[in-house]
Design a binder for this molecule. Structure first.
Ligand code: ATP
Length: 425
């Protein structure tokens, strides 16, 4: 860590159980530097080291919480900075303690530890509470699995996917867990409603994979899993949520902020599933459509280019149309009378449909599947990485792609995503 000169910095003294809420403006604004000058403090469960300087880039929204009081020094100009006294941190800490008790019980009985799900509408802090609980778990020496079913704002950085990863260390203060190789499945849209049937199928596949990971090591098994979900909790979204509860054999659901959802879940989940209602933090920042879009783009940018802490150098190269095998999941729904005998539209939703390269590919993200052949297993095969199409040359019959790896493209099926990356680099 580097010591920051204190001339242009501002100091905040926090009393026990207070938090400093910070927002850094979006766009090309400068990052804000934060230093813990005295005492102890944490960012969503990650402890800060006294004297270290932490940087937060444009669009960051965070809270620095202290259990016992601390002094913080801020350099730069946050869009918003204020100290809040009312926080639900004590409730979240108690939740953690409860989950930890379940882990101890599991350990004694040599059974699987708790599978905990966070649910609630958008902008209630589901991802944040998931992160707090994961961090606290690792601070107790646990290694839980982190599963993110939010295809819009996935914790694993790639919109249009669901992911899971083992968490063995607290996240860095900017929120990233050291998940070098998360297990990712391609959904192909940042809109969960695009193909609910396929979404459920992916939940099933992910639940199987999670079960295997839990079975593979005692430490992970007793630690259990934390599942973050999307904020779409009505209609088909609710049906997907219920499906995930049973498929993942969830033990505990924490419903943030919405009593209606809480009551619906109490009514609809098996009696063995424990459902609790908890308040959201007043600090959770509401995000507009634009902000959500910007955050998806910055996550994609980080995937290809890294961030200011570690920069990556992606590769650009041309691929011939004839060397591309691109598929899309889900055929268009057609009138029943037009379907071949014995086929239903339901089947169509899970069908692999080949996509002929064309101008339409421009800016689209493509997932590179571990599957090398296009068969019925392809849609449930995990993803090894992502590329994006920066140019399509119809005359020369080539596409230009941006890839984290140098050429050639590894052998494998490419899956088309409706997510487009608008590269501002
Ligand atoms: P969605 O389901 O819409 O993705 P969510 O319910 O998971 O949203 P979060 O992503 O956890 O919500 O929180 C929204 C934003 O608010 C995040 O940028 C997060 O860092 C910020 N935030 C959460 N809690 C606080 C807090 N106490 N103080 C300041 N900012 C906060």
């Amino acid at each position: 860590g580097t010591k920051t000169p204190s001339s242009d910095s501002k100091e905040y003294r926090l009393k026990p159980e207070e938090e400093l809420r910070l927002e850094v403006a979006e766009g090309k604004s400068d990052s804000v530097k934060l230093e813990l000058a005295q005492g102890m403090a944490e960012i969503f469960g990650t402890e800060l080291v006294c004297g270290n300087s932490y940087s937060f880039g444009p669009g960051s929204k965070l809270a620095v919480f202290t259990w016992h009081g601390c002094t913080l020094s801020i350099k730069g100009t946050p869009e918003m900075a204020y100290v809040a006294r009312d926080t639900p941190m004590i409730i979240y800490l108690n939740t953690h303690a409860g989950v930890e008790t379940l882990r101890k019980r599991a350990e004694k009985a040599e059974k699987r530890g708790p599978v905990v799900m966070l649910a609630g509408p958008v902008d209630v802090g589901k991802s944040t509470v998931t992160r707090i609980l994961l961090n606290y778990a690792t601070r107790m020496g646990r290694s839980p699995l982190y599963v993110d079913l939010d295809v819009g704002q996935s914790g694993f950085g790639i919109p249009g996917t669901i992911g899971a990863s083992l968490v063995e260390q607290p996240a860095s203060p900017d929120g990233e867990f050291a998940n070098k190789a998360p297990l990712l499945y391609h959904y192909g849209s940042s809109n969960m409603g695009a193909n609910p049937k396929f979404f459920k199928e992916l939940c099933r596949v992910m639940a199987d994979a999670v079960q295997k990971r839990l079975d593979a090591s005692k430490k992970v098994k007793y630690s259990g899993a934390l599942i973050n979900t999307a904020g779409w909790v009505k209609d088909e979204g609710y049906s997907c949520l219920l499906f995930a509860v049973t498929t993942f054999n969830v033990d505990l659901i924490i419903v943030l902020d919405q009593e209606r959802l809480y009551n619906e879940l109490v009514r609809d989940v098996p009696p063995s599933v424990h459902v609790v209602y908890q308040p959201k933090s007043a600090g959770v920042v509401e995000r507009s459509k634009r902000t959500r879009f910007a955050s998806r783009m910055s996550r994609l940018r980080n995937y290809f280019y890294g961030n200011f802490e570690s920069t990556y150098f992606p590769h650009t190269f041309d691929v011939k149309f004839s060397d591309l095998r691109i598929f899309k999941i889900g055929a268009p729904v057609v009138p029943k009378s037009c379907l071949p005998i014995g086929m239903t539209n339901e089947d169509a939703e899970m069908k692999l449909v080949q996509v002929a390269p064309s101008k339409e590919l421009l800016n689209h993200m493509l997932s590179l599947s571990h599957a090398t052949v296009d068969d019925e297993k392809t849609i449930s095969t995990n993803i090894r990485g992502f590329i994006y199409v920066t140019n399509v040359d119809v005359e020369r019959q080539t596409v230009t792609i941006l890839s984290p790896q140098p050429r050639p493209l590894p052998d494998g099926v490419l899956l088309w995503s409706d997510v487009r990356f608008i590269d501002a680099n």
